[in-house]
Design a protein around this ligand. Sequence first.
Ligand code: PLP
Length: 425
Amino acid sequence: MEYKKKTKTSAKIFAKSSKLHVHGVSHNIRFYEPYPFVVKSSTGKNLVDVDNNKYADYWMGHWSLILGHGQKNVKESLKKQIDKSWMFGTVNEQTIKLSELISKAVPVAEKIRYVTSGTEATMYAVRLARSVTGRKIIAKIDGGWHGYTSDLLKSVNWPFTEPESSGIINEEKIISIPYNDLDSSLKILKKHAKNLAGVIIEPVLGGGGCIPASKEYLIGIQEFVHKNNSLFILDEIVTGFRFRYGCIYPIMKLDPDIVTLGKIVGGGMAIGVMCGKKEIMEYADTVGKKKSERSYVGGGTFSANPVSMTSGYATLSYLKSKKSVYSKINSLGEFARKEIRKVFDGKVVVTGKGSLFMTHFLKDDITEVTNAVQAAKCDSQMLQRYHFKMISHDGIFFLPGKLGAISNAHSKDDIKKMILASENF
Ligand SMILES: Cc1ncc(COP(=O)(O)O)c(C=O)c1O
């Protein structure tokens, strides 16, 4: 097998990894058959594995690296920061610099709290919504992915009927609603209106299939939520700073109460952000409040560490000064979607927005992909084979089965190579 021939060192190292780590990995989705190649370095658009194979990367660090791997400005800033040291555990100016950028670009970020993962940010958002409203139920989307917090680990993988994991309690406090189906969603929400603390939604369903929400859907859910004194939480961990300098919600004329960010705003270092309207975020202020009045949401040894703050600041500064990055990568995304559709001529739906795209091989009676159910009913094995063939034969890396992200380090030629590889497949 071509892959095994060219990844012999990876095979040896991964065997070692498997002895030490559960299933050889620390994030479940990083494993794929027969074994994942082991990366030794990365630069620009490329990953290089321990056998010196180079791959044009469309996974881009869980879609966090919008400027590509090892981008010069970010690297220089990080080197300077490392010289000053990397962990203070105290208030630092690097945090303030990043927050100034975020609060200008994301108007709802009147107050901000940093953590070191998206999972923590959404966990806190849920707790805050419960504190503010004094209610317990949180609604999420069928197929919505907000990280591994037990508070949201329900209805992630189709058919959404079984618990996602053992060890989760109070699952009945999480309800789920169908994406892009306003009438059915409102019907479910109405049943829980009095106990509904909030609804959390990704404006583009990421893990669930790279599917944009319609504006009418988001507005309709938001209207219901606000009418019933619940909170509207937008999870922009994937979408924040992905399509434009800022979030997606202002262009959809949305008015979220809490927004979560991550990935891009950390510039490739560990980060999670919970931000929102002042009067809501103030519940997290512990000073002068009884335990029963406050939302206890500020923790994390590495929260707002100077390294993450510095790489986030360098990344956002670069994006701010070069907004052409967005026109470039958004149009490359458009080009990729159009050309992939052409290659597979009626046999696929290519979903996505801007620089994010995902190919769904149609199966049975599925003709469109507007929610996670339709995405799950597509031929996921074919998608895995398509991605794996590009890894083993074409030097192109998508995490098998996942959406692709184009970075500023990619060129039109790269996309053309990927299209050619698709044709060969
Ligand atoms: C929309 C969304 N929210 C939350 C998370 C969790 O972020 P993290 O993996 O940093 O915990 C992810 C991760 O992919 C995500 O896509």
